[in-house]
Design a protein around this ligand. Structure first.
Ligand SMILES: [Zn+2]
Ligand SMILES: [Zn+2]
Length: 419
């Protein structure tokens, strides 16, 4: 008889395989020898990832969500796991039909029991606060784009006790408040006069549960704070102050769904050592939206006579050539506009066959430095040259400025000569 039953079950196993039912361990990304904790952890992650609330209208995600909860349901219970390990899908089905229990079929129910709440994200379920973090980003990373990571001190559900707070996983209903978390206390105000006050239970701190053996890792707190690594994808052209949301990555807690981690990218003060391994000039560009600004210094000779070039090394290492031909004058404060050498204009598609990145302008402002020392002979020579030519084709700045020759109004008692 026993032999017959086993044979029958084995037959069902083959039927199960033939139907193409996916292995429960595989669904959860686990090996056959996975611990209870690993099973819980896998379900915690996958159920949130595939939850229909997070993937509206996505049939594949929905199916995955159902699969994951089925797998978790089967493997989280020691008895049904043993049956599944031995007889597979059909064995488990038989077991359930024979009234073997564990018959929760609603995946939202499973989710609800695991996280607590209405089986959904959002209003029905308690949700933690969003976490806001500012991450300084070098200008060159905004220009080139970069995948990087950073760490922050995040609250995790304690892995040791899986968020129960108990060393042995055993949690009792608080005997002091009978699980309500609150107690009614009677105060005597005067003889025969009482006042009833509702107070938080001091035994369990309002949780309604009590733990005999506290988890040594979290000291019964159910959560621990430790560094979490977050990967960050800075797309080129992103603005100073752009925000990237990492869904449900804020502080975790066993009683609620974590809020979002909001990462704000803020422009970092330029630093030659840290951010400039390639020794490019671009570190000291100043950004204004999609445009870049640069200040270039010219000597008096260059500004006056022309015939000079400059190679500006941009933030990705390419060269922008500045220059003037012989005889081309540059006025101090003059600004060259160089199209296409500004910041990449951010676009959600980035660079692809369908979309080519455009760039803003680069504005180069010229500063002319006059010599502060001159040999007297040189000064005489230059002066002589100026005097020789100023009458021929020069400009009389005073006359051409349109200003009056003498002050128009002199206030009483203060003539120009007195000052
Ligand atoms: Zn209590
Ligand atoms: Zn713990």
């Amino acid at each position: 008889m026993l032999f017959f039953r086993t044979a029958l079950l084995l037959l069902f196993v083959f039927v199960g395989l033939a139907l193409g039912l996916e292995d429960y361990y595989k669904i959860l990304g686990l090996k056959k020898d996975a611990t209870e904790r690993q099973i819980k952890s896998a379900y915690r992650q996958l159920s949130k990832k595939y939850h229909p609330d997070k993937n509206p209208g996505d049939k594949t995600a929905h199916d995955k969500f159902v699969e994951v909860s089925e797998a978790y349901e089967a493997l989280s219970d020691a008895n049904s796991r043993r049956i599944y390990d031995q007889y597979g899908h059909e064995g488990l089905k038989q077991h359930k039909q024979q009234g073997g229990g564990g018959g929760h079929h609603d995946p939202f129910d499973v989710f609800n029991r695991f996280f607590g709440g209405g089986g959904h994200f959002g209003q029905q379920q308690r949700r933690g606060n969003d976490a806001h973090i500012k991450v300084p980003i070098a200008l060159r990373d905004f220009y080139n784009g970069r995948t990087t990571e950073f760490q922050w001190n995040k609250q995790h559900v304690c892995e040791e006790c899986d968020g129960t707070g108990a060393a042995d996983g055993h949690v009792d209903t608080c005997s002091s408040c009978k699980g309500h978390g609150v107690k009614i206390v009677r105060h005597q105000l005067a003889p025969g006069m009482f006042q009833q006050v509702q107070m938080q239970c001091d035994e369990c701190g309002g949780r309604g549960k009590s733990i005999k053996h506290k988890c040594p890792v979290c000291a019964g707190q159910r959560v621990v704070r430790k560094p979490a690594t977050v990967s960050l994808n800075i797309q080129r052209g992103m603005g100073d102050g752009s925000k990237i949301a990492h869904e449900n990555e804020a502080d975790a807690h066993p009683d609620y769904v974590a809020g979002d981690l909001i990462v704000e990218l803020v422009l970092k003060e330029p630093s030659l050592e840290e951010d400039n391994p390639d020794h490019v000039d671009g570190v000291f560009f100043r950004r204004k939206d999609n445009d870049l600004h640069w200040r270039e210094v010219l000597s008096l000779r260059e500004a006056l006579f022309g015939d000079w070039t400059r190679n500006l090394t941009h933030m990705d290492g390419h060269i922008v050539r500045l220059g003037r031909k012989e005889g081309e004058v540059v006025q101090p404060g003059h600004v060259d506009t160089i199209p296409g050498e500004g910041m990449p204009v951010w676009h959600e598609d980035g660079d692809s066959v369908y979309h080519k990145t455009e760039f803003g302008n680069l504005y180069v402002e010229y500063v002319v430095v006059l010599p502060d020392q001159m040999e007297s002979g040189m000064r005489k020579d230059i002066k002589a040259v100026f005097n020789k030519y100023r009458k021929k084709n020069g400009v009389d700045l005073h006359k051409d400025s349109g200003r009056p020759e003498k002050p128009v109004m002199v206030s009483e008692g203060h003539t120009h000569e007195e000052l």
